[in-house]
Design a protein. Structure first.
Length: 184
């Protein structure tokens, strides 16, 4: 355990900040891939759905990273190696799972809901097991990334808001778009 404000705590926080910066860099890489893929989808006649929930989703995910960085400082909690290390390992593993999803969908993946009518559903990789594996990754990351920094309030708040956004808006909008594209 590294008590707040001690040199060991600052070292642990520095390592956590590197994890957060790496996650932010990964998000930027996602946006680059997403922009390229959305351009391709629109060129193929892709149709965008669910635009209304996209700004809150961006705000929530940006807020997650910011809250992860700020909560350990404001709360003055100790870093708990038994929690922080496994949570950090799982957060890094989430990136691998996320990029597996992105790789399997290829040009069809982006951060928005843009569906090209007539293309069959992808049923390879993680999509053999789950219809929306990337959202499982997002949910898991929303717990383990904050817990790597003992930011448990962020973990709880993000998880609750993310559940409302995903279950109430994002997944239903995506399902409707996929059904509409399949019948087009």
């Amino acid at each position: 355990m590294a008590e707040f404000g001690t040199p060991a705590w600052w070292l642990a926080y520095g390592c956590y900040a590197v994890l957060l910066a790496g996650t932010a860099a990964e998000r930027i890489a996602e946006l680059i891939v997403s922009t390229r893929n959305a351009r391709w989808a629109f060129q193929q006649g892709g149709v965008e759905s669910g635009r209304g929930h996209f700004p809150p989703m961006v705000a929530l995910h940006t807020g997650l990273l910011l809250a992860c960085a700020v909560e350990p400082l404001l709360a003055g909690r100790p870093f708990l190696a038994w929690l922080s290390v496994p949570a950090a390992v799982l957060a890094i593993a989430c990136q691998g799972l996320r990029w597996w999803c992105i790789g399997v969908l290829g040009r069809r993946w982006n951060t928005r809901i843009v569906v090209v009518p007539g293309l069959p559903l992808v049923r390879r990789g993680p999509y053999r097991f789950l219809p929306h594996p990337n959202y499982v990754v997002v949910a898991l990351e929303g717990v383990v990334l904050p817990l790597a920094g003992t930011a448990w309030v962020t973990a709880v708040v993000f998880t609750a808001l993310n559940a409302v956004l995903l279950l109430g808006f994002r997944i239903p909008a995506e399902e409707r778009a996929l059904r509409a594209a399949a019948t087009a």
